[in-house]
Each structure stands twice: as structure tokens, then as C-alpha cells.
Design a protein around this ligand. Structure first.
Ligand code: ADP
Length: 163
């Protein structure tokens, strides 16, 4: 039976940190589903459709990766996808408390699903989508953090927001 894992998140937008985690996960599991959450709490810059399109483009060379979106609980999506594993990325210590709480809550919701944490290369361990959006808004060059087509879309979107 295929070992399928779901990497769920906002990916607003996808960064080299996320891509690092996707590659690591794809080398361990038979199939990875990168799942973009329709979050009602966060106010994302990019629509779910845009984020899915970006993720498809950055993963098009990784054979065992597919991209999807989901509403509601991540654990419900994982079990609907016939997967048993939820992948999350762990950066600095600051991620730990939130991720720990979420993993244990998810285990209470569905004890069959395991959360597995992967650490990115240390060069990406400080990267966050939020920081990149803020830096791009202030005119910074973010080409070290996201692929160039995403940097372009980011700048275009922020320009539209300001004007
Ligand atoms: P969420 O809104 O679910 O936190 P994110 O898109 O911010 O969604 O992140 C999805 C997952 O990827 C989370 O587990 C987060 O900790 C992880 N992640 C985000 N940025 C990085 C990075 N630079 N390196 C490794 N993991 C990351």
C-alpha cells in the first residue's frame, strides 16, 4: 500500500522553506499531497486558487507530489485522502509550542493520524511567508526567499493593494 502524507498549510505564498520541506517529505513517502487551507481566521494575500497554482508550478518536477485545497479540519482531509500522516515544518523554537498544541489536539480528534515534523535546511529556518510579505511591502529584494515568478506576483499584488 502507498504511504501517503499530507503537508497542510496556508502557503501565502510558498517559500523556499516550504519547498525544502516538500522535497524532504517526497523523498520519504510514496506520495505527498500539499494541501492549501481555506482559512477563515487568517486574511491571506493570495487566493486559494493562486496559491494552488504557485504550488503546482514549483512542484511540477517532483513526480510524487500533488496539490489540492481543503476546507475544515486538516485531520478530516488527511483521513479523506486515505493518508495517515500529517507533515508540518518546524523552524525555530518559536514554532514548537503552537505546533505541539496543534499536533496533540489533532491526535485527540483522530488518533489514527500521526503528525510528523521535518526541519528545513538551517538557511531557511528563519523564513516565514509573513516576513516575506512585510519585506516585499517595504521594497526589499526577496529573491533569496521565493522563486522569481512569486516575487513578481508578490510585488504586483502589493502594488495593487496600495494604489
Ligand atoms: P500555517 O498557516 O498552517 O502555519 P504556513 O504556510 O505558514 O501555514 O506553514 C505551513 C507549515 O510549514 C507549518 O508547519 C510551518 O511551520 C511550516 N513552515 C513555514 N515556513 C517554513 C520554513 N521556512 N521552513 C520550514 N517549515 C516552514
Amino acid at each position: 500500500m502507498d504511504r501517503v502524507a499530507v503537508y497542510a498549510g496556508s502557503f501565502d505564498p510558498v517559500t523556499y522553506g516550504h519547498i525544502d520541506i516538500i522535497k524532504r517529505a517526497a523523498s520519504i513517502f510514496d506520495r505527498i499531497i500539499v494541501a492549501v487551507a481555506h482559512s477563515t481566521e487568517k486574511r491571506p494575500l493570495f487566493t486559494v486558487k493562486e496559491r494552488v497554482r504557485m504550488l503546482k508550478r514549483v512542484t511540477c518536477n517532483i513526480k510524487n507530489v500533488t496539490v489540492d485545497d481543503f476546507r475544515g479540519l486538516a485531520v478530516a482531509y488527511v483521513s479523506k485522502s486515505r493518508a495517515r500522516v500529517l507533515i508540518r515544518g518546524l523552524r525555530a523554537l518559536s514554532d514548537f509550542e503552537y505546533e505541539f498544541q496543534m499536533a496533540l489536539t489533532n491526535r485527540k480528534l483522530n488518533e489514527k493520524i500521526e503528525t510528523i515534523f521535518l526541519m528545513p535546511s538551517e538557511s531557511y529556518s528563519y523564513l516565514s511567508s509573513a516576513l516575506i510579505k512585510e519585506a516585499a511591502l517595504l521594497g526589499a529584494d526577496v529573491s533569496k526567499f521565493v522563486p522569481s515568478f512569486i516575487e513578481k506576483e508578490l510585488k504586483a499584488k502589493l502594488k495593487r493593494r496600495i494604489s
